[in-house]
Design a protein around this ligand. Structure first.
Ligand code: SF4
Length: 310
């Protein structure tokens, strides 16, 4: 490791050795040998690293290394006049342009970064996961737990023989219970993993979103909500309303939107009342009023106007 990079700031730094401090040409030649031609600039400093050990600093003129400096460390043996090269490195100065701090890929990964064919490995000690039930820890045949399992299996065989396709040896066993609960996998979500998922889902489709705040009612009373299995069903479900913004997504029970099944039920069109027949009698109406009704004007010749014919 470079003496320049590991130099400890002790209370007393010895003055630079005179012969080493004068070996600027040796240091420059070493820097130019390591760098590309023409990129070693002015000699800017000489720093004592210890007894007869000195580092010379040269400006870097590389465009991509603004503020960096070539550090060439030279040394001399005790009572020797010959100064020799120790090492040459490029080091950042106080105003150097530096790359952002390196972040492991697992922390750089963002939702949506995965594409078709990509593999996303999980760590063996991933805190989001914990061991599931694989059946490897099945109790020994003569253990107390096994006895209970066999009794339950026999009972299930007798009562439920035609209602299930599971192998008879599995029914009523710890394995079948694990299958029922969805834990018969090498690893299952830990409480930490469940909490992370719940936080994420609640942030996107939870009670604090503008959509939920303006909703007429929440998902818990909506017919479009499909319940989930497992412990998360207490707080989440899946929206199955194709017109809702959360269709096919996990929503908090306290989320809601204007597509709520009961928010605005369309009224049925009113039915016309059935015809009511209250009589079967035929009413007869005269085509013209009677002469003595008073509504027929008298004619000069004593006859009346024929109102029934044009
Ligand atoms: S339609 Fe709206 S209220 Fe109903 S489940 Fe989907 S998001 Fe919730």
């Amino acid at each position: 490791m470079s003496a320049a990079t590991t130099r400890s700031r002790t209370a007393r730094t010895p003055a630079p050795d005179r012969l080493c401090a004068e070996a600027v040409d040796l240091a420059r030649a070493a820097a130019e040998e390591a760098a590309a031609p023409g990129v070693v600039g002015e000699h800017v400093a000489v720093v004592s690293e210890g007894d007869r050990v000195v580092t010379h600093y040269f400006e870097s003129k590389e465009p991509g290394y603004r503020g960096w400096r070539w550090a060439v460390t030279v040394a001399r043996a005790s009572r020797a006049k010959n100064v020799t090269l120790d090492e040459t490195v490029l080091l950042p100065g106080s105003d150097a342009l530096l790359a952002p701090e390196w972040v492991p890929w697992s922390e750089r990964l963002r939702p949506g970064d995965m594409g078709p064919g990509d593999l996303l490995p999980t760590e063996a000690e991933d805190p989001r996961l914990e061991p599931g039930w694989t059946g490897e820890d099945e109790p020994l045949p003569n253990s107390a737990v096994s006895d209970v399992s066999q009794e339950l299996a026999a009972l299930a065989d007798a009562e439920d023989a035609e209602l299930t396709t599971l192998p008879a040896t599995n029914r009523g066993s710890i394995t079948s219970v694990a299958e029922e609960l969805g834990t018969r996998r090498a690893r299952v979500l830990s409480r930490y993993g469940l909490g992370l998922a719940a936080d994420r889902w609640d942030e996107e489709f939870g009670a604090r979103t503008p959509m939920a705040q303006a909703a007429p009612a929440s998902c818990v009373t909506c017919a479009f909500l499909v319940p989930m299995a497992g412990s998360l069903r207490q707080a989440f479900g899946v929206c199955a309303n194709e017109f809702a913004p959360a269709d096919g997504r996990v929503v908090s029970l306290s989320y809601g939107c204007g597509g709520h099944s009961e928010a605005a039920v369309m009224p049925k069109p009113p039915k016309p009342a059935p015809h009511a027949l209250d009589t079967m009698r035929v009413d007869t109406y005269a085509l013209r009023p009677a002469d003595d009704s008073g509504s027929v004007p008298a004619q000069p010749d004593g006859s009346t106007e024929d109102l029934g014919h044009s």
